[in-house]
Design a protein around this ligand. Structure first.
Ligand code: BV8
Length: 250
């Protein structure tokens, strides 16, 4: 690992335009389950995403979907950022493109303007009616049950992106534009299996970017890596980023 770590640091030292792209693995050491890991705790091995993270699932049983997200919100309220979040947040001029719906990067000090949540945020509820822009922050300690939108009467649901739903347009556009002008993309803790987000790695490579991947398991992202660092983000990122002041082109 040390030799590879030095190779990755030498690569980063030559890169003026860098960004980070993360998934559930970034928050695993904080105690938040990932989705597809080969461990019994992984969410999609315990729960069916078509029933709990889809419009059809919500329409079929909205109470159950809200209960499930409120259970995840309870978990979220109990956990804290881990050394990987702090190492990334310390790179204050770096943009964090993330698939995570948690706020651990921001809790670690990352500038919210520089955290692009491609799959939304579990800290807010929004109106399910696409023509109603009502959105509100949820008390993570005591999230409310299913309720009606105070503006249009439709149901409120977590402000996350469910399967089959479009990503937030302006956030996606910013992430795509950024990935077209990088020297290096740092990929952390994602199986790179969910699209269009996973397509950002190929997009960055297609525009000349090098790719560093940090993950205990190679997976789809590993296949796209110039340097693959096989390890846990909380252990690898502090050593990888130590002393750097990386910047993203904005
Ligand atoms: C859409 C939010 C159209 C909710 C989520 C092209 C090809 C194939 C399929 C599709 C395609 N295009 C679209 C699709 C369909 C679908 C899709 O990609 N399906 C996949 C499963 C095949 N995509 C969609 O439905 C998207 N929408 O296409 O809409 C459209 C367009 C216009 C107008 C209308 C409609 C929406 C996708 C978003 C779905 N929402 N989550 C919630 O959180 O509840 S996705 C879900 O998976 C999570 O958000 C997560 O972010 C995402 C990816 O998972 P990962 O983060 O990578 O997590 P995973 O568990 O998989 O991997 C963890 C990794 O961490 C592993 O590699 C592991 O080794 C590593 N790890 C573990 N511990 C550590 C670690 N790494 C470092 N350190 C550690 N300690």
């Amino acid at each position: 690992m040390d030799e590879l770590l030095q190779t990755a640091r030498a690569l980063l030292a030559r890169c003026a335009r860098v960004a980070a792209f993360s998934g559930a693995g970034l928050s695993a050491e904080s105690g938040l389950s990932t989705f597809r890991d080969p461990d019994p705790d992984a969410l999609w091995s315990r729960f069916d995403p078509t029933e709990l993270a889809s419009v059809a699932g919500f329409e079929a049983d909205p109470e159950r979907v809200i209960e499930w997200y409120n259970w995840r919100r309870g978990r979220h309220a109990e956990v804290r950022p881990n050394p990987a979040h702090f190492a990334l947040a310390a790179q204050s001029r770096l943009v964090q493109i993330t698939q995570n719906v948690d706020s651990l990067l921001e809790q670690a000090g990352a500038d919210p303007e520089r955290v692009y949540h491609l799959h939304g945020s579990i800290l807010q509820d929004r109106c399910h009616n696409p023509d109603c822009a009502y959105i509100e922050i949820v008390d993570m300690q005591g999230p409310p049950p299913l309720r009606a939108c105070p503006r249009c009467g439709d149901r409120l649901r977590p402000a996350v992106v469910w399967f089959g739903e479009a990503l937030p347009a302006s956030t996606w556009r910013k992430a795509e534009a950024l990935c077209r002008q990088l020297d290096c993309l740092l990929v952390v803790g994602t199986s790179a299996t969910v699209y269009p987000a996973a397509g950002l790695i190929e997009l960055a490579r297609a525009h000349g970017s090098r790719v560093i991947v940090v993950d205990p398991n190679p997976g789809a992202a590993g296949d796209l890596a110039d340097v693959f660092l096989a390890g846990a983000a909380g252990q690898v990122l502090p050593a990888l980023l130590e002393g750097f002041d990386l910047e993203s082109p904005l």
